[in-house]
Every structure is written in structure tokens, then in C-alpha cells.
Design a binder for this molecule. Structure first.
Ligand code: HEC
Ligand code: HEC
Length: 271
């Protein structure tokens, strides 16, 4: 079984891509396929990671699902990675799948305009400091290594490319001028039931929690999600959670409303 998995992976690496026929052969590790430009890629289940990396992959997976429980000193708010990167990033984005992280390891390191190299660990820490309103995790900590092992594993079926069509924030096309007042009405009608009247969210111990959207337990004003365009795109694709069907105009209005509410300020870490 293990040899078969490894040989399947080897084939994938050799071909650079997975064709449907190859994917069928790896049905045990690949839970779902997506068709991108006529090519089908598998998703790799964390539970099916080979023995020698399985514990590490599962630890990374656990951190993505319940970040504060695992890292109370580093996660400042009550939002976990999976609340924005649905299924702990193990998805192909699009409607109802949040921000994908499949293939993300291949995108890093990137060279910034300043000439500085940004590694995957640095990028993860970007989300810790802003989306989780917390502190950067030491890059050589077992937790950071576990998250990277997890991201590497879920990207196993993806060839290296400069970018991936299922990743990233797309701009919503509209000439509409966002109206925060109308956004407040939409919020009351379509969001408050789960995220709370004051955006405070709801912890549900035995079920999916509803993360906070503003206030002291939410992402800070340095987060990508605080930018109205990013928020609107995310919400247009993914919210309301059980039925994501806002119009582009409604998404822009609710984004204008939520991003105008109080939230923590981003404080850059002291060097
Ligand atoms: C409040 C929402 C939110 C939370 C919570 C969050 N992220 Fe993100 N993350 C984003 C957004 C927005 C982006 C930028 C997406 C883009 O531009 O493609 C991003 C980007 C990333 C990227 C880079 C993706 C790329 O395409 O280069 C990584 C890696 C990442 N996040 C990991 C994490 C991890 C790990 C956690 C938990 C510690 C986390 N994120 C928590 C919103 C969030
Ligand atoms: C049926 C309950 C439900 C409704 C209604 C709902 N959401 Fe969500 N929302 C969720 C859940 C659950 C998640 C986290 C998903 C996960 O963990 O996979 C989430 C995540 C989010 C996030 C990312 C995490 C964060 O804290 O920033 C944003 C932003 C968001 N919702 C905005 C909205 C907006 C705006 C509306 C109304 C248009 C809305 N939601 C309606 C359940 C809901």
C-alpha cells in the first residue's frame, strides 16, 4: 500500500501533473478531484500521510483547525486558520471553499520588492500577526514545522507553478458605490444569526464555531480581510455559510459595513 502511494507520487512528480487515470490509482489518499484547464488534481487527506510524517502532518492539521487551543500565546484572537482557509486550506477555493492553500508551498520563497526573501514560514507568520492578531511563531518551532509539513502534504498532487488559478483574491467587477448603511441591514438579515448582533461570533464546542467578524476577538486592521475588496470577495464566494448567494453589490455593501466597525490595531513586532 505504502509503496503504491509512493510510486503514485513518483509518477506525479515525473509527469508534473496528475491525469484522471493516475488519480484513480491513488483513490485511497486522494479524496476529491478538481478539473482545472482540463487537468485533474487530487486532494490529499492528512490521515493518509505516510507513517514517518503522519504525526507531524496531523499536528499541523490540528493547529490549523484549532489554532488558539494549540498556541494560546501566539494566537491573539478567537479565529483559527480554517475559518478563512476552509478545511484547513485543503480545498480548491471557489464557492464555499474559502481561501485554498493547496500548492502554496511551491509559491515560496518569494522575493519582495525590497529584495528580501519571504519564506512560507514568514507568510504564515503574516497571518499570525494580522489575521490572528497575535505574534510570529519561531520559524524553527515544532509547531511551525508541523504546519509546513501539513501544507507540503496537502500539496503533494500539485506540480510546481508560479501561481495557481484556485488561489488568491479576485476583484469583484462592479461600478457600485458601496453603501455601509445598506450593509448593516444585510448584516442583520443574513449574518447576525451566526456571527452575532455585534459581530462577536459564537463558540460551539462540539460543532463548527462561528468566528467573530469585529471587536476585540477578531482579526486586526492590518489583516487582508480588513480590506473591503478582500472581504467582499470572500463573502461573495462563501457567505452566508450554508447558502452563499449574495449579489456582488450586497457583498460590497456588507464589506463596507463590517470593515468600518471597531477592531484591534495592528502593532508591528519589536525587532
Ligand atoms: C481572517 C482570515 C484569515 C485567517 C484566520 C488566516 N488567514 Fe491566511 N490568508 C488570509 C488572506 C486574506 C490571505 C491572502 C490571500 C491571497 O491574497 O491570496 C491569506 C494568505 C495566506 C497564505 C499565503 C497564500 C498565498 O497564496 O500565498 C498562507 C500560507 C496562509 N494564509 C496561512 C495561514 C495560516 C497557517 C493561518 C493560521 C495560523 C491563517 N493563514 C489564518 C486570511 C486569513
Ligand atoms: C449559517 C451560519 C453563518 C452565516 C449565516 C454566515 N456565516 Fe460567516 N462563517 C460561518 C462559519 C461556520 C465560518 C467558518 C467556516 C469554517 O470554519 O469552515 C464563517 C466564516 C466567516 C468569515 C471568515 C472568518 C472571520 O472571522 O473573519 C467571514 C468574514 C464571514 N464568515 C462573514 C460573513 C458574512 C458577512 C455573512 C453574512 C452575509 C456571514 N458570514 C453569514 C457561518 C456563517
Amino acid at each position: 500500500m505504502y509503496l503504491r502511494i509512493m510510486s503514485t507520487i513518483a509518477v506525479a512528480v515525473l509527469l508534473g501533473i496528475f491525469y484522471k487515470a493516475v488519480v484513480k490509482d491513488s483513490a485511497q489518499i486522494a479524496s476529491e478531484d478538481t478539473l482545472v484547464s482540463g487537468i485533474s488534481y487530487p486532494l490529499f487527506d492528512p490521515e493518509m500521510a505516510p507513517d514517518e510524517i503522519r504525526d507531524q502532518v496531523m499536528k499541523g492539521y490540528g493547529i490549523m483547525l484549532e489554532t488558539k487551543q494549540h498556541l494560546p500565546e501566539y494566537a491573539g484572537d478567537k479565529i483559527s486558520c480554517t475559518h478563512c482557509h476552509f478545511s484547513a486550506g485543503n480545498s480548491f477555493g471557489g464557492k464555499s471553499n474559502g481561501f485554498s492553500l493547496v500548492g502554496v508551498n511551491h509559491k515560496y520563497p518569494v522575493t519582495l520588492e525590497s529584495g528580501k526573501q519571504l519564506t512560507l514560514a514568514d507568510r504564515i507568520n503574516g497571518c499570525f500577526m494580522r489575521s490572528l492578531n497575535g505574534k510570529p511563531l519561531p520559524v524553527d518551532s515544532t509547531e511551525m514545522k508541523a504546519m509546513i509539513a501539513y501544507l507540503n502534504w496537502i500539496s503533494s498532487g500539485i506540480p510546481k507553478r508560479a501561481d495557481y488559478p484556485w488561489m488568491g483574491v479576485k476583484k469583484l467587477r462592479s461600478n457600485h458605490v458601496a453603501d455601509a448603511k445598506n450593509g448593516a441591514l444585510i448584516y442583520g438579515n443574513k449574518c447576525a444569526l451566526c456571527h452575532g448582533k455585534n459581530g462577536e461570533g459564537q463558540q460551539r464546542p462540539y460543532d463548527l464555531s462561528y468566528p467573530p467578524l469585529w471587536g476585540e476577538n477578531s482579526f486586526n486592521d492590518g489583516a487582508g480581510m480588513h480590506r473591503p475588496g478582500v472581504f467582499a470577495y470572500f463573502v461573495y464566494e462563501n457567505m452566508p455559510y450554508d447558502d452563499p448567494r449574495l449579489t456582488v453589490e450586497e457583498a460590497l455593501d456588507v464589506a463596507a459595513f463590517v470593515t468600518s466597525q471597531d477592531r484591534p490595531k495592528y502593532v508591528p513586532p519589536q525587532e
